[in-house]
Structures are given as structure tokens and as C-alpha cells.
Design a binder for this molecule. Structure first.
Ligand SMILES: Cc1cc2nc3c(=O)[nH]c(=O)nc-3n(C[C@H](O)[C@H](O)[C@H](O)COP(=O)(O)O)c2cc1C
Length: 197
């Protein structure tokens, strides 16, 4: 167990990640979430790839597994309403697209009409690591919709009301309770291919 948790938290707190909206859907369901575990995964412009880390308890993971695709979106501070809609609560309890306009774009997943930019991603590999499933995906289409700087995590917190901060904290704490044992179980039974020795 780490000894100086405050210092470690300060290290992570010194970086400011972009806030992505991940969407997915199959024939009868649709949903999405907020994610910071999103990375460009290729330097080859002719084969653009992304890698995202999604918790398996989230409804969106179920939708990605079912459809084999997801949409990625960057939003501006003016579009922060998407973060409250997709980042709080579960799509199992409400249709997160009920009041969200979907762009008239042929994609594997619903694409937000109102965003800075979007990517249509098709999964070709999924690695299940306890509290996260890592999806590698080909980026098959994308577009820049409007000018602006992508919303970051620190801006998200600055824009949150006290109630929204409380809901974000409650969601995170509930996730930790579910995800901690998933990670422990995965580590206790690590596949041989992932062991260092
Ligand atoms: C700033 C921020 C970053 C997040 N990053 C991730 C992430 O990378 N992966 C993930 O699975 N959940 C992440 N979450 C949590 C989900 O967005 C949240 O639990 C969501 O409500 C899950 O919705 P769903 O069950 O409808 O899929 C993040 C939440 C916030 C506020």
C-alpha cells in the first residue's frame, strides 16, 4: 500500500485531461458516459486507432460489447451540459439520449449533433482487466463541427454546482466500491501472458 497518498494525489492532480463523451448503441438501446481514459493509439495517419478504458459495470460497456463500436466526442465549456447528462447516473435507469439531438451521420454509434468534434470507432480487440475493459478501435470516420478548446477535467469541476460536485463524488465512490474487488480478483488470477515473471 502506498505511503504518501496526498503527494501521489498531487502528482495526478497536476495534469489536466480532456473530457470525452463516449456513446454507443445497438438496435434497441443507446447511451453514453464521460471518460478521461481515452488515448490516440497509433502514429500512423492511414490507420488511426484509439484505446479507451471503460469500467465493465457501466451500461456503456454493455452497449460497446453488443454493438462493437463507440463514438467519441470532444466538447467545449459551453457544451458542458453533455457531461452532466452522460457522466452522472446510469443509462440502465434512463435514456440519456432523451433530450439529445443526434447528428444525421451514418455511424456505428449515435453521434452528438452539438459537439466540437467526433470520431466513429469500430472495436477490433477488447482486453478485460478486472475494473476496466480496454477497447482498441479503428477510427473509421471523424469530423470537426465547431471551433473551440476541448473541455478539461479541471474546467468541469470549476463549472460544477455544489450539487453536481456531490453527484460526481457519489458516482465515483459507488464505482470504487464495485471496482476495487474486480481489480483485486483480476490481479489475484493474472493471465500468464501478463505476468512479468
Ligand atoms: C471526469 C470523469 C471521468 C470519467 N472517466 C471514466 C472513464 O475513463 N471510464 C469509465 O468507464 N468511466 C468514467 N467515468 C464515469 C462515468 O462517466 C459514469 O460513471 C457514467 O455515469 C456511467 O454511465 P453508464 O452506466 O450509463 O455507462 C468518468 C466520470 C467523470 C466525471
Amino acid at each position: 500500500m502506498a505511503s504518501n497518498l496526498d503527494e501521489i494525489e498531487r502528482v495526478f492532480g497536476s495534469i489536466d485531461r480532456e473530457v470525452w463523451i463516449v456513446t454507443a448503441g445497438d438496435a434497441s438501446r443507446r447511451g453514453g458516459l464521460v471518460a478521461t481514459w481515452v488515448s490516440q493509439a497509433s502514429i500512423d495517419r492511414e490507420h488511426p486507432l484509439v484505446l479507451i478504458g471503460i469500467a465493465p459495470n457501466h451500461f456503456t460497456a454493455e452497449l460497446i460489447d453488443a454493438s462493437g463500436g463507440f463514438g467519441l466526442h470532444l466538447i467545449s465549456a459551453d457544451q458542458v451540459h453533455h457531461a452532466w447528462n452522460f457522466g452522472i447516473g446510469s443509462g440502465r435507469e434512463r435514456d440519456k439520449f432523451k433530450r439529445v439531438a443526434i447528428a444525421p451521420i451514418e455511424a456505428a454509434s449515435p453521434i452528438l449533433d452539438d459537439c466540437l468534434s467526433w470520431l466513429d470507432c469500430r472495436v477490433f480487440a477488447a482486453e478485460r482487466t478486472g475494473d476496466r475493459t480496454f477497447y482498441w478501435a479503428d477510427v473509421v470516420a471523424g469530423g470537426a463541427v465547431s471551433e473551440g478548446s476541448p473541455l478539461t477535467e479541471s474546467q468541469l469541476i470549476q463549472l460544477a454546482t455544489d450539487e453536481q460536485k456531490q453527484l460526481l463524488r457519489a458516482g465515483r465512490d459507488a464505482d470504487i466500491v464495485i471496482q476495487r474487488p474486480l481489480q483485486a480478483a483480476w490481479r489475484a488470477d493474472l493471465p500468464r501472458s501478463l505476468r512479468l515473471k
